[in-house]
Design a protein around this ligand. Sequence first.
Ligand SMILES: *[C@@H]1O[C@H](CO)[C@@H](O)[C@H](O)[C@H]1NC(C)=O
Ligand SMILES: *[C@@H]1O[C@H](CO)[C@@H](O)[C@H](O)[C@H]1NC(C)=O
Ligand SMILES: *[C@@H]1O[C@H](CO)[C@@H](O)[C@H](O)[C@H]1NC(C)=O
Ligand SMILES: *[C@@H]1O[C@H](CO)[C@@H](O)[C@H](O)[C@H]1NC(C)=O
Ligand SMILES: *[C@@H]1O[C@H](CO)[C@@H](O)[C@H](O)[C@H]1NC(C)=O
Ligand SMILES: *[C@@H]1O[C@H](CO)[C@@H](O)[C@H](O)[C@H]1NC(C)=O
Length: 411
Amino acid sequence: MYLYLSVAFGLLAISAVQSSSSNGGGFNLRPFRINLSSGVSRMLNFVNNTQLPGGPEYLGASAGIPLDTLKSLRAEWLTRFDWDKEQLAINAFNHFTAEVEGLTIHFIHEKSRTPNAIPLILIHGWPGSFLEFLPVIDPLLQNSKTSTDTPITFDIIIPSLPGYAFSSAPPQNWTIDDTARVYNTLMTDVLGYSEYATHGTDWGSFVAYSLYGNFNGSVRASHFCFLPFSPQSPTELAALNVSLSPLEAYEEQEAMTFDSSGIGYTIEQSTEPNTIGLALYDNPVGQLAWIGQKFLNWSDPRAGTPPSVLDHNEILKSVSLYYLTKSLVSSMYIYFQNPEALKTVYSKAQTDAPMLFSGFKYNPGFWPPALVAQVGNLVLYRNHDFGGHFAGIDNPPALIKDLREIGTYWA
Ligand SMILES: *[C@@H]1O[C@H](CO)[C@@H](O)[C@H](O)[C@H]1NC(C)=O
Ligand SMILES: *[C@@H]1O[C@H](CO)[C@@H](O)[C@H](O)[C@H]1NC(C)=O
Ligand SMILES: *[C@@H]1O[C@H](CO)[C@@H](O)[C@H](O)[C@H]1NC(C)=O
Ligand SMILES: *[C@@H]1O[C@H](CO)[C@@H](O)[C@H](O)[C@H]1NC(C)=O
Ligand SMILES: *[C@@H]1O[C@H](CO)[C@@H](O)[C@H](O)[C@H]1NC(C)=O
Ligand SMILES: *[C@@H]1O[C@H](CO)[C@@H](O)[C@H](O)[C@H]1NC(C)=O
């Protein structure tokens, strides 16, 4: 549904966006269209020719991606998936590239038709991409109201992280703080916004938190679905006198399960990104197993049923983007380059900007309100019993609603 709306909105927004290019001098700001069509038949030939075991399957989902699921995803890739159709919908949005500090940064920029809309940068992580925010763009561009009846509308900016999709690979020794600085330059010097709001999830929350603390003059509100702080064990929470609701207790349990049995990929990607990244570099079914398992495991069991749009086609779209842009290996560098990024000591960012947080039941990370309040100026905390790690596709209406609350606290 959202994608159809976007076609109309994308066209309307073109002239508005182009007027901002006058601010982009020196950054080689230019419109960008996606065209990965030439690689599709080669990809699908590989998919078709990849052998998988016949079975039996007896280990279950706790051993990684179930073989039957991988086979059914592969069959759908070969028979129903249509990259050109997806690409058309992706290109309905306004894409750009700009050169900042020697890096090419790819981003979507959609302007509201309302003047003085709040600029909002949406920052994805791994194995996400700009794709995970497409369903929320058009609703956020529209005039709406916060829960306190404040009018709210946004300009939306969605960059691809360095090493992802069409952005340059990160240079040697590149860190989260470097990406945050480049994104601040993008928002202020390239696009001309003196103040803006941020949203971050997964690695995007690490970048957003760096922006929140280090650019307190320009970042004037921040929404998070994830945090760069290590979730605490039940014992640690008890020591802090934090008591949990049943929903929170479930999320705490999921976070602990993730900590004990779900981090194999993180260890590999942060220690030997080239080993796994090059092994999968030209292997679409391998990428489907490696990336697809994360989409399946970190989402709501009801994923793909309303309000979730995270169906198998969505997973295939994401994997195709990684494969066709040849970016899986460089997308892993962020793990290698930021080994200490997950902070164990909770400390407060130097800012008075409001912080908003949304929890989702099946997100494999959990931070109760008392902990979130330790790291920022927490003004709103919501917890949803539907959705998971990729909120923009696993519960878009909830993410939209929560992001609109930025308007309640925007000074
Ligand atoms: C994409 O590029 C191919 C050539 O590789 C061209 O034939 C095709 O028309 C292009 N598609 C779009 C949508 O621009
Ligand atoms: C897959 O390979 C089979 C056998 O070679 C062929 O009949 C079929 O058309 C191929 N399917 C695709 C989508 O390439
Ligand atoms: C990257 O960091 C390593 C280790 O600190 C250092 O030896 C190297 O010179 C750095 N490289 C660049 C390009 O800054
Ligand atoms: C937790 O509660 C106990 C008993 O009320 C109190 O002694 C302790 O100081 C509290 N701890 C914290 C971290 O608030
Ligand atoms: C997700 O992965 C965990 C291991 O981290 C496993 O215990 C669980 O069964 C998996 N769940 C699903 C639904 O794939
Ligand atoms: C912004 O950061 C600077 C430097 O860290 C700090 O001195 C200042 O107090 C901060 N401003 C706010 C509003 O927190």
